[in-house]
Design a protein. Structure first.
Lengths: 305, 533
């Protein structure tokens, strides 16, 4: 029963996120009317908004505000889905890949919403941030879906909620940071049509978002890895054994350390650092999918198939 | 600012060996080198995740050799199947360590020095700073100075008075966020400690696993007692921590679909000091469970797996009896279908040749909950309906030829050569027996359980945890604290009883957000209105 509700909430959350994306995209499309109107009005100085433009702008702003509210609603549904799942299974709802992805994407949405308060100028990146979240959730809800059930004994420990929750939340943060770095590169490069690039936040804002999220994500991720080691010591007989999942987690950690170093190295601070951040994100995603599903290891309890 | 962390690039190469050394050192301890080394480390670790590793799974490595007969030996030669023991891997992290130490020691010294020097003097032109504001306020310079002092509580600050244009100019310079640098230094030093602790564990630690049937005991007296043993580089196995263990009881519970719900083993143990005192009659009770090892005497004892040991009694034609009970190994973890070989030697035979050729082996499959029917398979892991499907082999087991033999199998070569022959095949439930052609009777008595136990010793482990916690504290301080500076200049205004206040602010680290704090300080001193800069 509860499990069924959890699934419905999940589907509703995805749908609502898509709606938020559409609203944000619409808000940005509305801004486009500006230039044609300016040209049409002939000779209107660019810094004085044309009369016709006002409504379009207002509509855009309203759509964007609605987009944020709708995303908040989505996050509430998402949270309800996670809680219902936990109640239905009578355990911490992080026992398989479906639940893990649900937690990661929830963390990413919340991170994004918090970031919007801190850096309002980042709002126009919303569709791009929501896109990977919706894609991940769709994957999680279909191909990787697992019906509610208990977990294997090795997973039953106090460290499970601690370790896995920390990993999931930091992964959500790292996704937001990584997407900001991708957008930063798109924004500052020349490969993207100006019509799209101009509607993104400025490169400077994107760079700041990437870094500000990272300084929370990295310590949390470090903590998650340490908590994993503490748990492995109790469950598997050693705190670190270079199991494939551990190894890739280590690689990702080293790459993120390199990102932070790059932030303090002349000539590496922005562009190259962004590439490193993307390499880190790639490694995290690789760890989530490839290592869980393809490479056998102690961590392979993904609970799929 | 951030760039000042950069060391100067190595200068042009001079000829003196000292200069060469110094340049090499500078190169090794530069930020750019650290970056490159971090990348190298990441790349070097990757094959450890993507290729099968000996330390994790020998079978997969063998499989890889079979699948890629040309490539695998070459890959093996450069250590790709033992990445984390490969010299090139060690080289990278040693270089990183050296670079780290070379980098962080001078920084610690610098930081200590910075802690003892007052904040830098107020720049002449505060208007050039990223944050600045100016305006007249009510109050004499003395009164305003009091306000500034109150405001700067919690900052490290210094106050100077300068004569300029015939009037006293007061200057305050303040700095905050020293913990950031301290956190950074702590983080890097703790990394060194963590790596040293990790390495120490690898050198002086060991790990052995052994199967113990319920009711039996085991002592940590030497490598030979173990079924498998992994010794650290500095461990020769002669001085293991003395320790004994007895398995009293084992219980597993399963869900309806056969998935394991819980395991636990009730055990007794004797510590090093128990053994030293000779009090070997007493056993201290303990419970081993999943996620709950026994920690004692620097050893950790884990319950790793479990299985069954069928018991057979052989009654030979002359009336002599032998009972054998040895663990069979699990072939299907979900149903605990097991296979094994219980071996017997006929007692009371003096003729060497005859003794050797009348050995017996009971081999086959054991199902804890049998499906019934002719072909025995297991449908559930618990001991509900046990049944064995056995082949009885008689002849020369090949135990005497000096080669080690698996306890779970008979030597296939002996069967191929005809030295070992099948003399019976049957499915038995407990209590049932079969009679061989020579009158020997084999009875399947029942089943015992065994547990697989791992004994681990890692002297570096506690240190690794301590340093890991230090790493966490360090990184959190270092990333969340902002190092920032704030300056105030007070000058009497032309109007009596008013003061011109000039403010400047600079965030020394790569973090946005100082603006808000500066705005707050400005609002306190100048009032909220006068927004400037
Ligand atoms: C095991 C190797 C290393 C790791 C894992 C590592 C990791 C990190 C991390 C995560 C940070 C970010 C924290 C912060 O900004 O304070 C950092 C900062 C820093 N690291 Fe390292 N590091 C390593 C080696 C080195 C080496 C060899 C150097 C010397 C060149 C170095 C110099 C620095 C400096 C100067 C910062 C400060 C950057 C800033 O203030 O933003 N690190 N390191």
């Amino acid at each position: 029963m509860l499990a069924q509700y959890s699934d419905w909430f999940y589907i509703a959350a995805v749908a609502v996120y898509v709606l938020a994306m559409v609203l944000h995209a619409y808000a940005q499309a509305a801004v486009r009317t500006r230039r044609p109107v300016l040209v049409g009005a002939g000779g209107t100085p660019a810094d004085i908004p044309a009369a016709e433009e006002q409504p379009a702008r207002a509509v855009g702003a309203r759509a964007a505000n609605m987009g944020v509210s709708v995303a908040v609603l989505g996050a509430l549904l998402h949270l309800a889905s996670i809680v219902a799942r936990g109640l239905a299974t009578e355990r911490w709802p992080l026992g398989n890949m479906y639940e893990f992805i649900s937690m990661i994407t929830f963390a990413a949405v919340v991170t994004w919403l918090v970031m919007l308060r801190r850096v309002p100028a980042a709002r126009s990146a919303a569709p791009w941030v929501l896109l990977p979240i919706v894609v991940l959730m769709t994957l999680g809800g279909t191909a990787l879906y697992t019906a509610a059930g208990p977990v294997m004994p090795a997973l039953r420990s106090y460290w499970l909620p601690v370790h896995v929750t920390a990993i999931a939340i930091s992964s959500g943060l790292l996704i937001v940071s990584g997407v900001a770095s991708i957008l930063f590169l798109l924004r500052s490069g020349s490969g993207v049509p100006a019509a799209i690039a101009e509607r993104m936040p400025t490169a400077d804002v994107l760079d700041r978002v990437a870094y500000r999220v990272m300084i929370v994500a990295f310590p949390l991720y470090t903590f998650a890895v340490v908590a994993g080691a503490v748990w492995a010591e109790a469950a598997w007989g050693r705190f670190w054994g270079w199991d494939p999942k551990e190894t890739v987690a280590f690689v990702a950690w080293v790459i993120y350390a390199a990102y932070l170093h790059a932030r303090a190295t002349a000539g590496w601070r922005t562009g190259r650092a962004a590439w490193i951040n993307i390499a880190g994100l790639t490694t995290m995603i690789f760890n989530l999918f490839f290592i869980n599903l393809v490479v056998a290891g102690l961590h392979s309890y993904a609970g799929v198939g | 600012m951030v760039d000042s962390l950069e060391r100067p690039a190595p200068g042009p190469v001079r000829t003196s060996p000292f200069a060469v050394l110094r340049n090499a050192w500078r190169g090794l301890t530069s930020m750019r080198t650290a970056l490159v080394l971090l990348f190298l480390l990441a790349v070097a670790a990757l094959p450890g995740a993507l290729l099968p590793q000996r330390s994790l799974n020998l079978n997969l490595v063998d499989q890889y050799f079979t699948d890629h007969p040309d490539l695998a030996p070459l890959m093996d030669r450069i250590g790709l199947f033992d990445v984390f023991a490969a010299p090139w891997f060690a080289a990278i992290y040693l270089m990183l360590m050296v670079s780290l130490i070379g980098c962080v020691l001078p920084r610690s010294v610098e930081h200590l020095r910075a802690l003892r020097t007052p904040p830098v003097a107020t720049p002449r032109n505060l208007g050039r700073l990223p944050h600045h504001a100016t305006g007249p306020v009510d109050g004499t310079p003395d009164e305003v100075a009091d306000r500034v002092r109150a405001l700067l509580r919690g900052w490290r600050s210094a106050e100077r008075t300068e004569e300029r244009a015939g009037a006293g100019v007061r200057e305050f310079s303040a700095e905050k966020g020293y913990l950031r640098e301290a956190g950074n230094v702590l983080f890097h030093l703790a990394m060194v400690g963590l790596l040293v602790g990790f390495a120490a564990g690898k050198l002086y630690g060991y790990e052995g696993s052994v199967i113990i049937p319920v009711g039996n005991q085991f002592c940590n007296s030497g490598i030979l007692g173990y079924d498998s043993f992994r010794a650290g580089l500095r461990v020769d196995g002669t001085e293991l921590e003395p320790f004994c263990l007895r398995i009293d009881q084992f219980e597993a519970s399963y869900r309806a679909d056969g998935q394991a719900a819980d395991y636990r083993a009730e055990i007794g143990y004797q510590t090093t000091s128990d053994l030293d005192e000779g009090s070997t009659a007493e056993w201290r009770p303990a419970t081993l469970a999943v996620n709950a090892p026994l920690r004692v005497d620097g050893l950790r004892v884990y319950l790793m797996d479990h299985g069954y040991a069928p018991r057979f009694t052989v009654t030979f034609p002359d009336g002599q009896q032998r009972t054998g009970e040895i663990q069979w190994r699990v072939v299907d973890p979900s149903t605990l279908l097991s296979e094994g070989a219980t071996k017997f030697e006929r007692p009371g035979i003096t003729d060497e040749e005859q003794r050797r050729t009348s050995q017996l082996a009971i081999t086959g499959l054991f199902a804890p909950t049998s499906s019934g029917g002719d072909v025995v398979t297991s449908v559930f892991p618990a001991l509900r309906d046990p049944e064995v499907a056995v082949d009885v082999l008689r002849g020369d087991l090949g135990l005497d030829d000096g080669r080690g033999q698996s306890i779970f199998q008979v030597d296939q070569r002996q069967i191929e050569s005809g030295a070992l022959q099948r003399v019976a095949r049957a499915n038995l439930v407990p209590g049932q027996e079969i009679t061989l052609d020579d009158g020997t009777v084999i009875r399947f008595d029942g089943v015992n359980q065994w547990v697989g136990v791992q004994v681990s010793h890692d002297p570096g482990q506690d240190w690794v945890l301590v340093f890991a916690i230090a790493v966490l504290i360090g990184i959190t301080l270092s990333l969340t604290i902002r190092r920032r500076r704030f300056w105030v200049r007070l000058q009497a205004a032309d109007t009596e009883g008013r003061t011109v206040v000039e403010l400047g602010g600079l965030a020394r680290t790569d973090r946005a957000g100082y603006g808000e704090e500066f705005d707050r300080l400005r609002a306190e001193l100048l009032g909220p209105e006068k927004k400037d800069g």
